[in-house]
Design a protein around this ligand. Structure first.
Ligand SMILES: [Zn+2]
Length: 184
């Protein structure tokens, strides 16, 4: 795992480039969705084997879970909105990418087992070729150590800075579009 807070930060970058009106629901669903796959740590502490599909980095880190979460979020929090289908599809994709970003970032970490991206259909653990993010300890007490600081520094470089860059670039893009003469 990268730390929950950094996963939530990554979702802000996804939210920022989503071309819909963004309210508090939108940001919260994305941030919680990006952090929630690590709820499987509860199973880890309860003795579920790490390498099982129900273990850490198992099914909650799959694209299947990301899809389920995104559909559930739309049904629960956007049901009464009169958005057309196009907006709902954009919202779905945004939440899906936010939740999936968790698994993909975990697949870039330096430790642990790989990520069960295609569970429950294909039970295999994956890493991406770029394993640059220091893995965060599952134990919270160990997080507040020198190693925890190293993890935070690494997450700052690989997650926070890219998110800040996305915010700056998209703000510039918005301004350029607003300032350009309307082409009717
Ligand atoms: Zn994780």
């Amino acid at each position: 795992m990268a730390s929950a807070f950094s996963h939530a930060v990554a979702s802000l970058a996804v939210g920022r480039v989503t071309p819909v009106a963004r309210d508090w629901r939108f940001w919260l669903i994305g941030a919680i969705g990006a952090a929630i796959p690590d709820m499987d740590a509860l199973g880890y502490w309860a003795g579920v084997p790490y390498d099982s599909m129900w273990g850490h980095r198992g099914i909650t880190h799959s694209f299947f879970f990301a899809g389920l979460y995104s559909i559930a979020a739309l049904l629960l929090f956007y049901r009464s909105d009169k958005y057309d289908l196009k907006i709902k599809i954009i919202l779905f994709l945004s939440f899906f990418v936010s939740v999936s970003s968790h698994a993909l970032l975990d697949a870039c970490t330096t430790g642990g087992l790989g990520v069960d991206l295609f569970a429950p259909f294909h039970d295999e653990r994956y890493f991406l070729p770029w394993r640059v993010i220091r893995v965060s300890p599952i134990s919270i007490s160990r997080f507040f150590t020198y190693r925890g600081l190293e993890v935070l520094a690494s997450e700052f470089v690989w997650i926070w800075i890219p998110t800040i860059i996305v915010f700056v670039l998209s703000a510039i893009w918005d301004k350029v579009r607003k300032d350009s003469p309307a082409s009717s």
